[in-house]
Ligand binder design. Structure first.
Ligand SMILES: Cc1cc2nc3c(=O)[nH]c(=O)nc-3n(C[C@H](O)[C@H](O)[C@H](O)COP(=O)(O)OP(=O)(O)OC[C@H]3O[C@@H](n4cnc5c(N)ncnc54)[C@H](O)[C@@H]3O)c2cc1C
Length: 404
């Protein structure tokens, strides 16, 4: 078994690491300062546009998309270590390289299922980084981890569809650059097959009846750099029938296809967050002294750092194996591993970040270091893209079936 990255991955890694050092890390503070002076906190600070232009100029662009014509043409195994690097600055680097959720998942959906006209109207400007997008599935009134519960209605009326429903935690929707929603709703709520009741449809943000009502918080954070997480209400929203993605009844299957790559991308970036936490722990531990010796000399601190390193190495191996399986046997064949990393990675990284917060004392929960916000962000990934328990249930059922 060869654990080395191939030549193309190594070459991109070294260019991306240099881009992070020269452009992204220095821009972190600048972006925060600029945001404080924006007319609206949801606008994008100018430095983000500059980072995007530089990343594009350097060919560090659309790395997530395996298609060589539309994207960078990388396999999952080649992209994994690159996504990890961008995860070290999760509020800037994925956006800078046009590899940020939820746009990546939306672009994959459009690439796989959209008509040529839909691709021209929405995929091309998304790939060019000119607009942003959102994915609207979750609803406050029903348990949305079970997508068959979704109540939003998409009703055919002549040459149009009319949409009514209420969604929340719609990532990116507060950002005025978010020009389009991919909305999941029911076209056939009484259909016999509960997995064929749903459809997906493109809704331009400026369609009458679309109300971006409020920003939902994450442990008190508003997640400005991700474009927020909005409550969005659709009141008699009328769009042409040509906006449907795929066929009526195909929404559930498209949602499943969207989530495979999305889940592994989150895990890759989480490992980058954990690496940043280890680095911050080590720097702090040697720089501060308590009770006559540096924190780095305390056994408990050494245990936190050692355990974090062991965990990260385990997680990375499992994520890379999953990426390799997705490339070789497909997302379906890698189902168990995708669920395994989605269960294992967020909770382990939350624990590592928690140790880092502890090591930083009050600074750990403050706004002066990135740890508190990274913790909150990692914690949400035990819910988003399927709560742990839903993946555990499905993985366990498959495992039991193998033996009975
Ligand atoms: C920061 C953030 C960003 C998000 N971004 C988006 C987005 O862009 N678009 C979007 O559509 N959604 C988004 N979501 C929503 C997210 O996908 C949902 O929260 C998630 O799918 C769970 O749905 P729910 O909140 O309705 O929880 P529920 O379905 O009500 O589930 C609540 C809890 O019940 C338990 N549970 C559920 N099913 C089972 C089971 N089978 N076995 C055991 N226990 C179970 C789990 O512990 C689960 O956490 C986001 C959420 C967060 C926090």
């Amino acid at each position: 078994m060869d654990f080395a990255f191939d030549a193309r991955t190594e070459e991109l890694r070294s260019r991306l690491l240099a881009f992070m050092d020269e452009h992204v890390y220095p821009a972190e503070q600048v972006a925060e300062e600029l945001r404080a002076r924006l007319a609206s906190p949801w606008d994008t600070p100018a430095v983000v546009g500059e980072l995007k232009a530089e990343a594009r100029r350097q060919g560090l662009w659309n790395l997530f998309l395996p298609d060589a014509e539309y994207g960078a043409g990388l396999t999952n195994l080649q992209y994994a270590p690159l996504a990890e690097i961008t995860g070290r600055s999760p509020h800037l680097a994925p956006t800078a390289t046009n590899c940020a959720a939820p746009d990546t998942g939306n672009m994959e959906v459009l690439f796989q299922f959209a008509t040529e006209a839909q691709k021209k109207q929405w995929l091309e400007p998304l790939l060019a980084g000119e607009i942003r997008s959102a994915f609207a599935m979750t609803e406050p009134d029903v348990a949305s981890s079970d997508a068959t519960n979704i109540e939003t209605r998409i009703v055919r009326d002549g040459d149009d569809y009319v949409i009514n429903g209420r969604k929340w935690y719609i990532s990116g929707a507060m950002n005025p650059d978010c020009a389009v929603f991919i909305v999941m709703g029911k076209t056939d709520p009484d259909g016999e097959d509960i997995r064929r009741q749903q459809s997906m449809i493109l809704v331009p943000r400026d369609t009458p009846g679309v109300e971006v009502r409020r920003a939902m918080q994450v442990y008190g954070y508003e997640d400005h750099s991700h474009g927020g997480h909005a409550e969005v209400v659709f009141h008699d929203v009328r769009v042409p029938a040509a906006n449907l993605i795929g066929e009526e009844g195909g929404g559930f299957a498209i949602a499943q296809a969207r989530l495979g790559p999305g889940r592994i991308h989150h895990c890759m970036r989480l490992i980058g967050m954990a690496e940043r936490a280890i680095e911050l722990m080590c720097r702090r531990a040697v720089a501060r002294t308590a009770f006559g010796k540096p924190l780095a000399a305390q056994g408990v601190v050494q245990n936190w750092i050692a355990d974090a390193r062991v965990t990260v190495e385990q997680l990375r191996l499992l994520v890379l194996k999953t990426a390799w399986l997705m490339d070789t046997v497909g997302n379906k064949g890698a189902h168990t591993e995708i669920q395994a990393i989605k269960i294992a990675t967020p909770r382990a990284v939350v624990d590592i970040l928690d140790s880092a917060v502890q090591l930083y004392g009050a600074g750990g929960v403050s706004q002066d270091f990135p740890l508190a916000e990274l913790w909150a962000s990692a914690r949400t990934l035990r819910l988003a893209d399927g709560p742990d328990e839903v993946h555990q249930r499905s993985l366990a059922r498959r495992e039991i079936k193998r033996h009975v």
